[in-house]
Design a protein around this ligand. Structure first.
Ligand SMILES: [Zn+2]
Length: 190
């Protein structure tokens, strides 16, 4: 579900940029950062990268129980990590860097939100994402690559959301919405 994750990440980055009233250049970088940390080896799915999988096979992390922290959707998919990163950002990074770190975190968290909805149980673990560091999974367990994810969310819901957010960022969304409402009222009146 890579493309779905990336779209969701872009939406999260745009929302973050709008929240902070970032200028166009910073907003562009922020959306790029969020898209980067929302899918693939630079996201929680680093646990599916070749090197990570190889490490998981070599290291006996399974002795820690519940399939071990290195399993797919294990420790990297735990909400505590981005929370710790947010606290570390606040304490360690200068305020001038918060917008960029926040954008990267927004992308990371958007991945967890996507996995909370999509993804079935796999071996020892349940659906969704862990509530405890790598166990206690909760999630809706909807099919990855199912029609809802591929056709509805990826092709319709997220593109429409992204388009709406973009219009809003340029201050065009609400006026257009009102125009549409007026046009419908006029059409009905005829
Ligand atoms: Zn994932």
């Amino acid at each position: 579900m890579g493309p779905t994750h990336r779209l969701l990440g872009a939406c999260a980055g745009l929302a973050w940029a709008a929240e902070l009233h970032l200028g166009p250049a910073q907003a562009g970088v922020g959306i790029g950062l969020a898209a980067l940390t929302s899918a693939g080896a630079t996201s929680p799915d680093v646990d599916q990268a070749w090197l990570w999988r190889r490490g998981d096979r070599l290291l006996p992390d399974e002795v820690l129980g519940n399939g071990g922290p290195m399993q797919h959707r294990g420790l990297t998919h735990w909400w505590g990590l981005p929370l710790a990163a947010a606290v570390a950002t606040y304490l360690l990074l200068p305020p001038a860097a918060w917008w960029a770190a926040g954008a990267a975190l927004a992308g990371w968290v958007s991945h967890l939100a996507g996995d909370l909805v999509f993804g079935r149980p796999d071996g020892a673990r349940g659906p969704g994402v862990p509530t405890a560091p790598w166990w206690g999974h909760v999630g809706l367990g909807l099919d990855v690559d199912g029609w809802l994810e591929r056709l509805v969310v990826q092709r319709v819901v997220l593109p429409v959301l992204l388009g709406w957010q973009t219009l809003q960022a340029f201050g065009l969304g609400t006026p257009l919405w009102h125009r549409l409402g007026d046009a419908i009222t006029v059409a009905r009146g005829r």
